[in-house]
Ligand binder design. Structure first.
Ligand SMILES: Cc1cc2nc3c(=O)[nH]c(=O)nc-3n(C[C@H](O)[C@H](O)[C@H](O)COP(=O)(O)O)c2cc1C
Length: 368
């Protein structure tokens, strides 16, 4: 089956940090508690979501003062759901690959093969300093992450695994039991910089990037896939989007405006300073937030830029457009998570599937 014939996949950001997914004082009927998140996960798996992504934070960034730890929270959600896959985020530095591989293999058994991992390379120097972790410069963080991913894959798939890396060493290590998922637990990564893309084109199963226009996302995808092909590797692409779906476009735009008007200005500026340092510190200056405006940063992964803001029909059409440039997954955030995830499942998803079916008829007719 070609990529175009597969249905696009949906994931949502788990609000396991306080303050929701926007840095704004607007009312949000979203909560970071475990109880709320269990209800949300159960609602999401009934409304067409295949993945949930938890976040890893050790200290407050962008006003997110409280943060539940990602791996244990992911496990908690898996225990209360039936088919949702939960992606736990891990930072090389605080985590070592042997521990991560063991911990995730066990969760894979406990959850019937539903854990995945997002290896994040880090953007927040203040956080690393606060917990006494080294802060290698930007591209070195990716050298370390790539070794981390190679170690995970090696430990999960081989017996007597050895690695003589710059950051990690293994000697004849055999993990037992291996994970349930074959060939191994799915590995996601985040970032947009040259180093992030190159790592994706060599080792990751999935590349997550910040929100952007279809044109800009296409440039990244073409670049990554061309390199991946040369490396005999294949990588799927997930794009962040903050979805504001309302019955009319005016209502949706009014919500966007209110989020921006009520932005927590101090927290957005502090976040902007930290991200500028993270983005600018890559050699080519093309990091995740290198071109973000104040308004973009109110959603902390540029989710407004993807423009899934409007009526269900407009949003469905834009999702299918993203699919046509090579996107495999939409990673979504919402203002009032539970109620909007339900609205998504009832009003948007059926339209997306309809449009995809129409496209498939066209593809089939062309190849007949
Ligand atoms: C979808 C997505 C999710 C991410 N989740 C986290 C996270 O939970 N914790 C974290 O510290 N960084 C997270 N990151 C940050 C990235 O791993 C990376 O450090 C950052 O995007 C800088 O990338 P750059 O190489 O483009 O500068 C995430 C990034 C993306 C795109």
């Amino acid at each position: 089956m070609s990529e175009q014939e597969k249905n696009i996949t949906f994931a949502y950001w788990v609000p396991n940090v306080s303050g929701g997914l926007v840095v704004s004082n607007i009312e949000q009927r979203t909560d970071w508690s475990y109880e709320y998140n269990v209800r949300l996960a159960q609602t999401a798996e009934k409304n067409g979501f295949d993945y949930a992504l938890t976040q890893i934070r050790f200290t407050a960034g962008y006003g997110a003062d409280n943060q539940h730890e990602s791996v244990s929270f992911s496990h908690g959600l898996l225990a209360k759901t039936e088919r949702l896959k939960v992606i736990a985020a891990i930072l090389p530095g605080p985590w070592k690959p042997a521990l991560a591989a063991k911990q995730l293999a066990t969760i894979d058994h406990l959850s019937g093969g539903r854990i995945a991992v997002n290896v994040v390379s880090g953007w927040f120097r203040g956080e690393f300093y606060a917990i006494g972790e080294e802060w290698p410069e930007h591209d070195q963080r990716y050298v370390r992450s790539e070794e981390f991913i190679r170690a995970l894959k090696g430990v999960w798939t081989q017996d007597q695994f050895s690695l003589d890396g710059k950051y990690y060493q293994f000697k004849d290590y055999t993990l037992k039991p291996k994970p349930l998922q074959k060939p191994h637990i799915e590995i996601f990564q985040g970032g947009s910089s040259r180093a992030a893309r190159d790592m994706a084109s060599r080792v990751s199963d999935w590349y997550f990037t910040n929100g952007n226009t279809p044109e800009e996302i296409k440039k990244q995808i073409d670049d990554i896939r061309e390199k991946a092909k040369a490396n005999n590797h294949s990588v799927k692409i997930g794009v962040n989007a903050f979805i504001i779906a309302r019955d009319t476009e005016q209502e949706a735009q009014a919500v966007l405006q209110e989020i921006i008007d009520k932005a927590n200005i101090q927290a957005v500026h502090a976040f902007g300073d930290a991200t500028r340092e993270a983005g600018a510190s890559s050699i080519e200056g093309e990091g995740n937030w290198a071109k973000s405006t104040f308004e973009d940063l109110v959603q902390y992964n540029d989710g407004f830029k993807t423009n899934l803001i409007g009526t269900p029909q407009q949003i469905a059409e834009r999702i299918v457009e993203l699919k046509s440039v090579g996107v495999d997954l939409i990673l979504s955030g919402f203002l009032h998570f539970i109620e909007e995830v339900e609205y998504f499942g009832q009003k948007i998803l059926p339209l997306v599937r309809q449009l995809e079916a129409q496209q498939q008829v066209v593809i089939a007719a062309k190849s007949a």
